[in-house]
Design a protein around this ligand. Structure first.
Ligand SMILES: *Cc1c(COP(=O)(O)O)cnc(C)c1O
Length: 389
């Protein structure tokens, strides 16, 4: 089956949907059993699509988990109340006091915060590595290195990592690899084929796609699924069936939405690259982009999220650029149908081991499903406001 067909069918088997098109919303804390035998069997099955207790999920969750496994290629998928919880849940499921974590230097900022403010307190040490390190990551491995965490493309600056090279080194050293795969969504990259052990999604972004629900997923291969499932359950992570229903629903249009985000974003990115005020555009599909060969090899497309760097711009100029925009709203998150903008005045402050070579401010855009002509007009006016500020 090709990707768009798979998105239509994933997790929509008759056992979940009955005679409806979509799996129903099943709300439950208590699951009731007729016989002792039934309860015993359900307890042995712990979360493998057998109802046992609400925290382990209902048919709504099982249908979505099955869909995610089909799309990403994992053996099982744990659900979390948001993407940040999926990251903490996956890391806490495998790390213990005395372990060492190798974290990519371009990680999502709250992931760094988790390492420094939560994991450090539990006796887990984090060191950061350059996102453009491939097999050379082996020089950073210590005897107690337990997990290598990847995020590709990197947050804000979009460096693309050599995922297979890192995973190969990790496997040789018995180290678990986790990938924050949110940018790719479940369809632009096949993390398990690249050797990743655990793939994490902020479903809040493109899976949900409408900026109105928070949800996270972590999918694991056969070897790591039992531990991820059990530990996440013990930590108490679960998600509302109403939210999970919206995620299942989001999958059906993910393919067409991403195609349009990709097309619109490339148009805007190419326009920005021609502007005299712009130092550089950070888009993985651009040939000069750091890690572009890995992007070409491992991804089958791009989306609406990229950034660009201004040659110069004071705080007042950036303010003038952003305030007064009609279509680009200022705010966090991305992956909804609408365009967004955020400014990052100091990228270097978010990096520990890599040097950010640009002095001007970085602006990150999420390009929505509006007509690109309107977005370009909005940006044109923003540059004009900036020039006057
Ligand atoms: C948004 C985001 C997260 C966190 O997801 P939430 O659902 O907001 O908690 C994690 N990783 C990346 C790359 C993100 O963009």
């Amino acid at each position: 089956m090709k990707k768009n067909t798979q998105l239509i069918h994933a997790g929509r088997g008759k056992k979940w949907t009955g005679s409806a098109v979509n799996p129903p919303i099943v709300r439950a804390s208590t699951i009731v059993f007729e016989t002792m035998e039934e309860l015993k069997n359900a307890s042995k099955n712990k979360g493998n699509a057998v109802p046992y207790y609400g925290r382990r999920g209902t048919a709504t969750h099982f249908a979505f988990q099955e869909a995610m496994c089909e799309l990403e290629g994992g053996a099982g998928c744990a659900l979390y109340p948001c993407g940040a919880a999926a990251i903490s849940g996956a890391l806490l499921a495998f790390l213990k006091a005395g372990d060492h974590l190798l974290m990519v230097d371009t990680a999502y900022e709250p992931t760094r915060g988790l390492c420094e403010k939560v994991l450090a307190g539990l006796g887990i040490e984090t060191s950061y590595y350059d996102p453009l390190l491939g097999a050379e990551i082996k020089t950073l491995i210590r005897p107690n290195t337990k997990v290598i965490f990847l995020e590709s493309p990197g947050s804000l600056t979009m460096e693309v990592q050599d995922i297979p090279a890192i995973c190969q080194v990790a496997k040789a050293h018995n180290i678990i690899t986790m990938l924050d795969n949110t940018w790719a969504s479940p369809i632009l990259c096949r993390p398990f084929e690249l050797g990743v052990d655990i793939s994490i999604q902020a479903a809040t972004k493109y899976i949900i796609g409408h900026s109105d629900v928070m949800l996270g997923t972590a999918s694991a291969n056969e070897q790591h699924w039992p531990q991820l499932r059990e530990q996440s359950y013990l930590l108490g992570y679960c998600a509302s069936p109403d939210d999970v229903y919206q995620a299942s629903r989001g999958l059906r249009t993910l393919g067409v939405r991403l195609k349009q985000h990709e097309k619109n974003a490339l148009e805007v990115a190419e326009w920005l690259a021609q502007r005299p005020e712009v130092e550089t555009v950070r888009h993985p599909a651009f040939p000069e982009h750091p890690g572009h060969p890995f992007f070409q090899r491992d991804f089958n497309g791009s989306n609406g999220l990229f950034s660009f760097v201004l040659k110069q711009g004071s705080a007042a100029q950036v303010q003038a650029f952003i305030e007064g925009m009609q279509h680009f709203k200022m705010g966090f998150s991305w992956g909804g149908y609408e365009s967004l903008i955020t400014a990052v005045p100091n990228v270097q402050a978010l990096r520990s081991v890599t040097h950010w070579p640009y002095a001007g401010p970085l602006l990150r855009l999420h390009i929505g499903l509006e007509d690109p002509e309107d977005l370009l007009a909005d940006l044109e006016q923003a540059f004009a406001r900036m020039a006057l500020a």
